[in-house]
Design a protein around this ligand. Structure first.
Ligand code: SAH
Ligand code: SF4
Ligand code: F3S
Length: 454
C-alpha cells in the first residue's frame, strides 16, 4: 500500500445486485485515485451502498453513515457518500438526518460518479444526483471487493423492475426494466473466467423476463450462451418470478449441464387472497403446478423461496395457508421477512396494517417450522455423494470436527443444490471441484468426507 493515496471504505447493504454495484463503485473510486481500506476510521472517503427494501435495512444505512458526522482525530472528517436505493428514494431528504453527507448518489448515477468526486475534492458539498441514465452497466471498471481470489461472482444482466408488487419499493428506486446485451454479458464472464472465476450467478429482479438484443434473446438462450464460456463450471441465477417460469426455462435447467440444480422461486404467501392483493399475478394452485412440472423434469432440484408474513390484512387463516404451502412444497431454504411498509407503495396505504408483535410472532413460528423441514432435507443427503466447488477455509469448524481432524485444513464448498458442505483436506484448493460423501447434516450446513477416488 502506498502512503500517499487517499483511502476509501465501501460498505454494502442489501441484495446481490448491490454487491455487484459496489464493485463498479469501488472500480470508479480506484480510477479516481483511491485505494481501498478495510478500516472505516482510516478512510478519507466513506461510501455506503444502501438498501431500501425494509425499514431495518434503511435504518442500518442511516446509522452507519451517521457515525461519520463528527471531526476525526486527524482533524478532518471523511467525504461521506450515500449511494444506491436509499439515496434514490430519499434524495435531498437524506440531509435532514445526515447534514454532513457530501453526496447522494442514486441508482443510475454511476456514470457521473467520478465527476462528482472531483467536485467534492474541489470543495463542493451536498451534491444530489438521482437522475436516470440510459445505460448503467457498460463500460465501467469492476473491482472485486475481496482481497482473495473469488471463485464465484455475480453478474447483473438487467436493471429495474416493472412488476409493481404492492409491497415493494424496487420499481420506484431501480426504475424501468432493461436488459443488457448478451454480447456484453458473455464478454464480462469470459474476462472473469480468465481471472479464475468458476461460478457465475446471473442477477436480475425477474430474470425470466430477460429480453436481450431488443427481445431477440430470451433468458434460456442466455443460459446456453453463457454455458459456452470456457472455464465457467457452474451457472446460477436469481430471481425468477413464478408467473414467468416457462417450459423453456425448465428445459434449460434440465439440459444445460452447467446450470445448477437449484431454483430460487419466491412465493411470498400461500394465500390466494394475499397473493392477489400483493399483485403477484399467480395463485397457489399455479405455483404448485409450476413446481410439479419442474420436479417432473428435474426430480432432485433444490428449491428455495422468499416469504413475507404479516402483509396488511393477513388473517390467521392466510398465514396457515402459507405454512401449509411450506409443508407441501418442502423447500430446501426459506428467506422469510416481516412485512415492512415502504413509501410510494400501495400496500403502505392499505388500512388493515398488522400489529408489529403479531408479525414478529408469525415470523418466528414460520422460521421454527421451516427449520425442521430444512434439517430433514439436509439429513436426506447423508450417505450421498455430492460435488462441491471449493470456496475457501471453513470460518468456524465444529468442535467434534476439530478434534477428529485437528491437523487437517478445513474447507467449505457449495454443492450443485446450493448446500454449504464443510470437509477436511490438505490437497483441495480454492476453485477445485471435489466429490464428498455426506456424513453429517445440520440445519444450515453439511459435513462431508473426500471420496477416495478424488
Ligand atoms: N425480485 C425478487 C425479490 C426482490 S426483494 C422477487 O420478485 O421475488 C427480496 C425479497 O424481499 C422479496 O422476495 C420479498 O420477500 C422481500 N420484500 C420485498 N419488499 C418487502 C417489504 N416491504 N417488507 C418485507 N419484505 C419485503
Ligand atoms: Fe419487487 Fe415484485 Fe419487482 Fe420483485 S418482482 S423486485 S418483489 S416489484
Ligand atoms: Fe435493496 Fe435495492 Fe436490492 S432496495 S434489495 S438493494 S434493489
Amino acid at each position: 500500500m502506498s502512503q500517499d493515496k487517499p483511502k476509501a471504505y465501501v460498505n454494502t447493504i442489501g441484495c446481490q445486485m448491490n454487491v455487484y454495484d459496489s464493485q463498479i463503485l469501488a472500480g470508479l473510486l480506484q480510477n479516481a485515485g483511491y485505494e481501498q481500506t478495510h478500516d472505516p476510521d482510516l478512510a478519507d472517503l466513506v461510501l455506503c451502498n444502501t438498501c431500501a427494501i425494509r425499514h431495518k435495512a434503511q435504518e442500518k444505512a442511516y446509522s452507519f453513515l451517521g457515525r461519520f458526522a463528527g471531526t476525526r482525530i486527524k482533524g478532518k472528517r471523511p467525504l461521506t457518500i450515500m449511494a444506491g436505493c436509499v439515496a434514490q428514494k430519499e434524495k435531498e431528504k437524506a440531509f435532514v438526518r445526515l447534514p454532513h453527507l457530501d453526496l447522494v448518489l442514486g441508482t443510475q448515477a454511476f456514470g457521473r460518479f467520478e465527476t462528482h468526486i472531483k467536485a467534492l475534492v474541489a470543495g463542493e458539498t451536498r451534491i444530489v444526483d438521482t437522475e436516470p441514465s440510459e445505460n448503467i452497466f457498460e463500460g465501467f471498471p469492476k473491482h472485486a471487493m475481496a482481497e482473495k481470489i473469488q471463485v464465484s461472482r455475480f453478474v447483473t444482466i438487467m436493471q429495474g423492475c416493472e412488476n409493481f408488487c404492492t409491497y415493494c419499493v424496487v420499481p420506484y428506486v431501480r426504475g424501468k426494466e432493461k436488459s443488457r446485451n448478451p454480447s456484453a454479458i458473455v464478454e464480462e464472464i469470459e474476462g472473469l473466467a480468465k481471472s479464475g472465476v468458476r461460478e457465475i450467478t446471473l442477477l436480475g429482479q425477474n430474470v425470466n423476463s430477460y429480453a436481450g438484443n431488443n427481445g431477440q434473446v430470451c433468458f434460456p438462450d442466455l443460459l446456453h450462451l453463457v454455458s459456452r464460456v470456457e472455464g465457467i463450471e457452474r451457472i446460477r441465477f436469481a430471481t425468477s418470478h413464478p408467473k414467468d417460469l416457462s417450459a423453456d426455462l425448465i428445459e434449460a435447467i434440465k439440459d444445460v449441464d452447467k446450470v445448477c440444480n437449484h431454483l430460487h422461486l419466491p412465493v411470498q404467501s400461500g394465500s390466494n387472497d394475499i397473493l392477489k392483493r400483493m399483485n403477484r399475478k399467480y395463485d397457489r394452485e399455479t405455483y404448485f403446478t409450476r413446481i410439479s412440472a419442474l420436479r417432473q423434469a428435474c426430480p432432485d432440484i433444490a428449491l428455495s423461496t422468499d416469504i413475507i408474513v404479516g402483509f396488511p390484512g393477513e388473517t390467521r387463516f392466510d398465514f396457515e395457508q402459507t405454512m401449509n404451502l411450506l409443508e407441501t412444497v418442502e423447500f430446501d431454504a426459506v428467506f422469510a421477512f416481516a412485512y415492512s411498509a415502504r413509501s410510494f407503495t400501495p400496500a403502505a396505504k392499505f388500512s388493515n396494517q398488522l400489529d408489529e408483535q403479531i408479525k414478529r410472532d408469525r415470523l418466528n413460528e414460520l422460521l421454527d417450522f421451516q427449520e425442521k423441514i430444512t434439517e430433514e432435507k439436509n439429513k436426506a443427503f447423508v450417505g450421498k455423494k455430492v460435488t462441491v466447488l471449493v470456496e475457501g477455509d471453513s470460518p468456524k469448524p465444529r468442535d467434534g470436527f476439530v478434534k477428529k481432524n485437528k491437523n487437517t485444513r478445513q474447507m467449505f464448498g457449495r454443492s450443485d443444490a446450493n448446500k454449504i458442505v464443510h470437509f477436511a483436506s490438505d490437497q483441495a484448493g480454492i476453485g477445485d471441484l471435489v466429490t464428498l460423501e455426506i456424513i453429517n447434516a445440520y440445519p444450515h450446513s453439511l459435513w462431508g468426507e473426500v471420496c477416495e477416488s478424488d
